[in-house]
Design a protein around this ligand. Sequence first.
Ligand code: G3P
Ligand code: CA
Length: 263
Amino acid sequence: MLLLVGYEARPFNLAEMNGMISVAHRGASNFAPENTHSAFQKALELGADFLECDVHLSKDGELIIMHDDKVDRTTNGTGFVKDFTLEELKELDAGSKYHTSFAGEQIMTLDELLEEFYGKAGLLIEIKKPFMYPGIEEKVVTLLKERKNVSGIIVQSFDMESMRKVNLLFPELEVAILMKPSIQHLSTQKIMDLTSFATYINFNVSYVNQRVIDQIHNEGGKVLVWSTKSRRWVDKAYHYDVDGIITDFSIWPVEGPVHLVQD
Ligand code: G3P
Ligand code: CA
């Protein structure tokens, strides 16, 4: 049994959030194993507007939903995603490390995520370490071009050149740049360059400031912020004039902190 202690929550809703969107970070990853079907399903139940996920490439070129480039932290396997075929990855247990009640949860492909969840919520798809996977941008774009409507899909990465490439390949698709914590100053010139192809410039809430948010808005861009598992940071994000919040909760944490009690 899984209990949440000392914690209340209520759904985000758009009116309450002054039009901000709520994005479920790796699904509702506070409540279910990250980047799995259970986490995405839970996020829908909690009313998330968008589901965030991370993408790598398998040995046989399939787009795989996982945060790390290795399977070790979240599954019962060891090694790099790129060294497994899809069939081998499907044999791994992506649930038990979070909690035994999720035993047997399988790794998903991006194709499966789109099939099952797109339309029920928007998708924020992060391409992880594109330098490790030559051609990953073309694969993502080819898959997304099969959809009639991509208005609820955003592709993001910490790799600016990768996002420039996605924009060139598929200009109708919205892209986002994730800012690295090491970037302390973003010049107006840089903001103009980024907003020339990226719809969103996204920050960890711990190092964003209202001046930069205003500058991005002035250039016609939008800003999403992501937070850690902390009510304080979610509150801080809410008080900025941003366009959305990416959290593990998918809900508003009223009383914190969160304690997961596992039997
Ligand atoms: O969407 C923002 C966030 O996902 C970036 O960090 O490490 O959780 O992928 P990370
Ligand atoms: Ca991510």
